[in-house]
Design a protein around this ligand. Structure first.
Ligand SMILES: Nc1ncnc2c1ncn2[C@@H]1O[C@H](COP(=O)(O)OP(=O)(O)OP(=O)(O)O)[C@@H](O)[C@H]1O
Length: 326
């Protein structure tokens, strides 16, 4: 259990973290989201005792990180995957950490297998891809078999198979009763991985909710309707209070009314439908709405439709990544 209480951090005139309070509970994956510069890394660094809070506190199972008797057993962290020395092999890197942490050497092969690096264990990490560095960073985080995991952008650089592996790993670790706190910019991925999300902007708490609840809260889903009588249908739906606009393919996009009601109205008036597709709001669009005021660096002017079609392709399962995400 991670408890953040009125946590603040100032760097000169910059307030990086501003009176943040939230709890991260065991047994679930909690996503940590926020626009660039929101204060996520600063919060994570304070959690790991790498930075001192200007005010407030952050504790893991009731103690600050520096007071934990066996930190590697209690908290595993991935902050900078490139922290490993490039001239060392993956095994040597882990051996060094095992020695420093007083952990059993048998753990080295266990974690290498867990992250899929057994075959390259004796290769120098300098030749690793970013995805392999990430896997090694996760191996380091898991070395002490910790009850709490703190991962900053763990899916960065992973290929589609790697992202799916990561998702299953995180969910499995949470299912074992661990506390899993993970920051990410990959919204579609978070939607599939995180049970809860903590959203911050400009150092302040914006939301601390179940992922599904946040998606529900987004500004209502739309219904896509294709009919050979679009003008008649549009008039009927507008009369019943819906907002209707046409898309470039000739379909109607209906807001303010669910698909069942659209279908019932069409049926009652003998209007034929060729397609009726509920589209739900994605975590990405809910996130954009929530953080709109607090994003420091966001380009404006693109009125993107950030919905995903539930009845057709809800996600890109192979990658879990929205197009254009990094
Ligand atoms: N050591 C530092 N000295 C001065 N300012 C800092 C320092 N570290 C962070 N900041 C500032 O604090 C704010 C929060 O930064 P932080 O890196 O925690 O955000 P973040 O949410 O992790 O962003 P990103 O998603 O871009 O990684 C930013 O305005 C940043 O410029």
């Amino acid at each position: 259990m991670i408890e953040v209480r009125e946590l603040s951090k100032r760097y000169g005139d910059t307030v990086a973290v501003d009176a943040l309070s939230f709890d991260i509970t065991p047994g679930v994956v909690t996503g940590f989201l926020g626009p660039n510069g929101a204060g996520k890394s600063t919060t994570m660094r304070m959690l790991l005792g790498l930075d001192h809070p200007s005010a407030g506190s952050v504790t893991v199972d009731g103690r600050s990180y520096r007071d934990l008797p066996a930190p590697m057993h209690e908290v595993g962290a991935l902050l900078d995957p490139k922290a490993a020395h490039p001239a060392r092999t993956a095994r040597a890197h882990l051996r060094w950490l095992v020695r420093a942490g007083g952990l059993p050497r048998s753990r080295i092969d266990e974690v290498l297998a867990l992250v899929g690096l057994s075959e390259v264990a004796d290769k120098r990490v300098g030749g690793f891809s970013l995805g392999m560095y990430q896997r090694l960073g996760i191996a380091v985080a898991l070395l002490g078999d910790p009850a709490t995991l703190l991962l900053d952008e763990p899916a960065n650089g992973l290929d589609p198979e790697g992202i799916r592996w990561m998702r299953n790993l995180l969910r499995g670790l949470a299912a074992e009763g661990r506390t899993v706190f993970v920051s990410s910019h990959l919204m579609t991925e978070m939607q599939q991985t995180a049970d809860r999300v903590v959203v911050i902007g400009r150092g302040r708490l914006i939301a601390d909710v179940d992922t599904a609840e946040l998606v529900r809260r987004g500004s209502g889903g739309q219904v896509k309707v294709v009919s050979p009588q679009p003008a008649a249908l549009s008039a009927l739906l507008t009369d019943e209070g819906a907002t209707v606009r046409g898309d470039s393919d000739g379909a109607l996009l209906v807001s303010g009314m669910d698909s069942a009601r659209v279908g019932d109205i069409a049926m009652a008036h003998g209007v034929r439908l060729h397609e009726l597709t509920p589209r739900r709001v994605s975590l990405e669009s809910a996130f954009m709405e929530l953080t709109d005021d607090s994003a420091s660096y966001r380009s404006r002017g693109l009125g993107a439709v950030d919905t995903e079609e539930t009845a057709t392709v809800a996600h890109t399962p192979a990658t879990g990544r929205p197009e254009g995400s990094d």
